[in-house]
Design a protein around this ligand. Structure first.
Ligand code: MET
Ligand SMILES: [Zn+2]
Length: 374
């Protein structure tokens, strides 16, 4: 397919899709953290991809829960599924590739089940007098090289000098080729921590002549730059100039940082903006203030512990100390999370969902806000 055609068909897919959804689309919520909430043990370098081996039924169930909650886009469990990661577990390359394909198939199966069991309520879009089904796209998730390393570098974006553009392209190439032929409607490059990886994805999409659309979603820990410190403007510009990219955005970032980031992205591109933050923090209605979530408290406490010279406190002791000494937080309050949605919409975003620690309830609440203010 010629590049011009790629651009046209990709852009059309997203604009048509958004039109069918009523101008704004709902993305699903955290997949890995939701699997954990259902009892999955993801303490493994494969993280959520471990469930593709041990509990595919649970993955399908969580996809289905998000569809029931109103998601228009569901992301496959391939975030941390890599050929290299599966091979390190003793699998053959063929088995690894088949698990990658399986991640998308499971999401497609969930969509089929959802459509099959749909009652009147799901046939809620009326086009020229005909009732049509709620549009649902399956996105193949691609996590960063840092996610594969499972050493936290997807949140620092620091891969070191030894990792070049070619290293990253080589790492992702085969995985991408497999996912492209898996039946997904689009590729979701998620939690992109630096400019180098965005460039690697953009070049791969062009070199491989990829004819299905993609989105680029970055993460930030200051609301100004992406986590590595690279400029969000430069990162979004890379996405903007890539013909296959149909949306640019931010995920797995605290809600309080999103507004500024949307404004910055808008300066670099006119493509649709996708936003799916993590739970970030929680609003205490009594105190009328945002409090740091238990997760952030835990992170800060770990940093504190790590700063004590020679400190050998282990993980479980840390957790006990934390629960004793730090103030309690009630976790995610979905209505608080979604109180931001209209602000993000005004700033130019049009696809909304959640990332880690958000749940089907978050997604339901997002859907309610969007439908109240069409
Ligand atoms: C660390 S971000 C993880 C994104 C992935 N789509 C998930 O929800 O599991
Ligand atoms: Zn996340």
């Amino acid at each position: 397919m010629e590049l011009g055609n790629v651009e046209n068909s990709s852009t059309t897919l997203m604009t048509d899709f958004l039109k069918k959804c009523g101008g704004y689309a709902v993305v699903d919520g955290g997949l890995a953290t939701e699997l954990e909430r259902h009892g999955a043990d993801l303490n493994d370098p494969l993280w959520s991809a471990k469930c593709l081996i041990s509990s595919p039924h649970l993955v399908r169930r969580v996809h289905l829960d998000y569809l029931d909650a109103g998601a228009n886009i569901i992301l496959s469990a391939s975030y941390q599924a890599t050929i290299q990661g599966f091979v390190a577990k003793g699998m053959s390359v063929e088995e690894a590739e088949s698990l990658l394909r399986r991640s998308v198939e499971i999401a497609c199966e969930a969509r089929e089940i959802y459509y099959d069991k749909s009652t009147k309520g799901s046939w809620d879009y009326i086009e020229s007098g005909n009732i049509s089904r709620r549009p649902v796209l399956v996105a193949a998730s691609v996590g960063s090289y840092g996610a594969y390393l499972a050493d936290g570098s997807e949140y620092s974006g620091k891969y070191g000098d030894a990792v070049s553009l070619e290293t990253l392209k080589d790492f992702h190439r085969r995985r991408l080729q497999v996912l492209l032929k898996s039946g997904a409607d689009l590729i979701a490059f998620e939690t992109i921590p630096n400019k180098l990886e965005a460039k690697a994805y953009a070049q791969l999409l062009e070199e491989e002549g990829i004819n299905i659309p993609a989105w680029f979603s970055f993460n930030s820990k200051d609301g100004i730059n992406v986590v590595s410190g690279d400029s969000i403007l430069e990162c979004a510009s890379i996405a903007d100039s890539c013909k296959q990219v149909v949306a640019v955005g931010i995920n797995c970032t605290p809600p309080r940082f999103i507004h500024g980031l949307v404004l910055s992205i808008r300066k670099a591109t006119s493509k649709p903006i996708v936003i799916y933050p993590n739970s970030g923090e929680t609003y205490n209605a009594e105190l009328k203030q945002w409090t740091v979530s238990i997760l952030m408290e835990f992170f800060l406490f770990q940093v504190f512990i790590a700063c004590i010279p020679g400190c050998l406190v282990d993980f479980s002791t840390e957790y006990c100390l934390l629960t004793v000494f730090l103030p309690k937080s009630s976790g995610v309050v979905d209505e608080d999370f979604v109180s931001y949605i209209n602000k993000w919409r005004e700033a130019g975003a049009s696809l909304f969902g959640g990332c880690c620690r958000t749940t089907p309830n978050t997604i339901r609440a997002i859907g309610r806000v969007l439908s109240k203010n069409p």
